[in-house]
Design a protein around this ligand. Structure first.
Ligand code: 5GP
Ligand code: ZN
Length: 147
C-alpha cells in the first residue's frame, strides 16, 4: 500500500486544522476530497460549510478538477440540509477573497437554507446598467478571458 497523498496544507489555517482533526467540528460528511460540517456561527439553522481537504485560497487558485468535484457534490448536501430544516430554498455561496467577505482563506462553500420571513438578510442594491458601460465591460472582460 502506498503513502496517502500529501495535500496542500497550511498549519495556521483553521479549516486545515479541522481537516487534520486538531480542532473539533460538527461533521456531517467526509470523503477523500472534502469535509462538510456545521458553521460555528450559523446565520440560520442548518448553515453548513463544504470544505475541500486541500488548502487553496479561493477559486482563483484551486485546480479545476477539485472545483468540479465540489460542484458535483454540492446538490446532494444542499438538498439534505434544506430538507432537514424544512426550507424550500437555499443559498450556495462562496465568498471569494477578503473584500468579498471571505474571512477564512481556505476555499469553502456555504449552504444557507432559506425560508420566507427568516432572519438572514443580504443587502443587494441594484444599480442600472447603461449601454456604454456594458460595451466597455464586454471588451475588458472578454480580452482577459483565459479559456
Ligand atoms: P467566510 O466569511 O470565510 O466565507 O466564512 C467562514 C465561515 O467559517 C464563517 O461563517 C464562520 O462562522 C465559520 N467558521 C470560522 N471558524 C470556524 C470553526 O472553527 N468551526 C466552524 N464550524 N466554523 C467556523
Ligand atoms: Zn487551509
Amino acid at each position: 500500500m502506498g503513502e496517502p497523498p500529501i495535500l496542500p496544507h497550511d498549519p495556521g489555517c483553521i479549516f486545515c486544522r479541522i481537516v487534520a482533526g486538531l480542532i473539533p467540528c460538527h461533521k456531517l460528511y467526509e470523503n477523500d476530497t472534502l469535509i462538510c460540517f456545521l458553521d460555528i456561527g450559523p446565520v440560520v439553522p442548518g448553515h453548513t460549510l463544504v470544505v475541500p481537504k486541500s488548502h487553496y485560497h479561493n477559486v482563483f487558485d484551486v485546480p479545476a478538477e477539485l472545483l468540479g468535484h465540489l460542484g458535483q457534490f454540492l446538490p446532494a448536501m444542499a438538498k439534505a440540509v434544506t430538507a432537514a430544516v424544512e426550507a424550500p430554498a437555499c443559498h450556495i455561496l462562496l465568498n471569494n477573497g477578503s473584500e468579498a467577505m471571505q474571512s477564512v482563506l481556505h476555499l469553502h462553500y456555504h449552504i444557507i437554507p432559506r425560508k420566507r420571513g427568516d432572519t438572514f438578510y443580504v443587502p443587494w442594491l441594484p444599480g442600472r446598467l447603461d449601454v456604454d458601460t456594458a460595451r466597455d465591460l464586454i471588451v475588458r472582460i472578454t480580452k482577459r478571458l483565459e479559456i
